[in-house]
Design a protein around this ligand. Structure first.
Ligand code: NAP
Ligand code: COA
Length: 275
């Protein structure tokens, strides 16, 4: 896939970017945009098959790629993955905490273990990732990007678990920015809006309602993985060297009218589907 990047082609030459959940969707889009500016990539996910497919695509863009099958809930596995990535590609300069899970469900139907699974992958997994990466980031005076979501600052129907997890991530991001600034490490979050062609949209947008939902976005469209990829490159680059502790919302203005109309439409569509 061809990437149109507006940055210098060598902006990340020789630098390593480590991305959890980097084998698909938004995170793979982020990886592609870093590959387009010369970065080498360490990608983590549970499925080795998905990692291999993504790695082939990233290598075709010129990147050196190290793949690591690990569950972000397993600290030791993640720590091993980061050591192995360092041996293959050198210390990481940028860390993207992108692994996440989501299934839309009314709060009264989410089982305790279902709630815990989302918290464990998104929030605890992000802490594991940052904790295991700390020494490498300290060495490179690197930076962290968390992939948050609009659910973190606005309630959406059937997203109680995800909202709690992503709000926790953003607060942790600010804590880490506060504490790790003294090591030269910057920390920021990106809250993408609905991104075309991703698993998140497949799970959250009821069939047949995409066009109506797009009309509720001030920019009139869903986003693309490249929208989030370009922003990630900017935030990780020297162009953003004084930006830390910030949540950047990249959603075409979707949050501005609030989540009410979106929620009503989804409730109506789901009630129809349940009939
Ligand atoms: P996706 O393709 O399913 O991305 C999730 C990635 O995380 C997958 O590569 C998955 O790979 C990996 N993953 C899941 N659980 C994991 C675990 N326990 N350990 C390690 N890796 C794990 O979905 P996406 O829609 O592109 O979402 C990517 C990120 O964007 C997420 O943080 C999501 O919350 C956020 N987001 C998405 C949207 C959207 O419109 N799609 C909007 C706002 C925010 P494996 O299954 O192989 O592990
Ligand atoms: N509806 C209701 N409950 C669900 C569910 C669904 N669609 N999917 C999982 N659960 C519940 C399970 O029933 C289980 O709870 P229980 O023990 O009380 O029955 C709990 O969640 C854990 O399920 P499990 O299948 O073991 O989870 P997992 O850890 O293997 O997978 C998920 C994590 C559930 C988040 C899974 O959807 C996933 O791997 N997602 C990654 C991709 C993704 O969500 N992408 C979009 C990002 S926006």
């Amino acid at each position: 896939m061809k990437i149109t990047s507006y940055f210098a082609k060598d902006l990340f030459q020789g630098k390593t970017v480590f991305i959890t959940g980097g084998s698909s969707g938004i995170n793979l889009g982020i990886a592609r945009n870093f590959a387009a500016v010369g970065a080498n990539l360490g990608i983590v996910g549970r499925s080795q098959e998905k990692l291999d497919t993504a790695a082939a695509e990233l290598r075709a863009l010129g990147a050196q790629v190290s793949t690591h099958s690990a569950d972000v809930r397993d600290y030791a596995a993640l720590d091993n993955a980061m050591q192995a990535c360092r041996e293959a590609l050198g210390p990481m300069h940028t860390l993207v905490c992108g692994a996440a899970g989501n299934f839309p469900l009314p709060a009264e139907q989410i089982s305790p273990n279902g709630f815990k699974s989302v918290i464990d992958i998104d929030l605890l997994g992000s802490f594991h990732t940052c904790r295991a990466a700390f020494e490498q980031l300290k060495e490179t005076k690197g930076n962290i990007i968390f992939i948050s979501a609009g659910q973190a600052f606005m309630p959406y129907a059937f997203q109680a678990h995800v909202g709690a997890a992503k709000a926790g991530i953003d607060n942790m991001m600010r804590n880490l920015a506060l504490e790790w600034g003294r090591f030269g490490i910057r920390c920021n979050s990106i809250a993408p809006g609905p991104i075309e062609g991703t698993e998140g949209v497949r799970r959250l947008v009821p069939e047949g309602s995409a066009d109506r939902l797009k009309k509720m976005v001030p920019m009139g469209r869903f986003g693309t993985p490249d929208d989030i990829g370009q922003l990630s490159v900017f935030l990780a680059s020297p162009l953003a060297s004084y930006i830390t502790g910030t949540l950047v919302v990249a959603d075409g203005g979707q949050n501005l009218p609030g989540s009410g109309a979106w929620t009503q439409l989804i409730l109506a569509e789901m009630a129809k589907a349940a009939r």
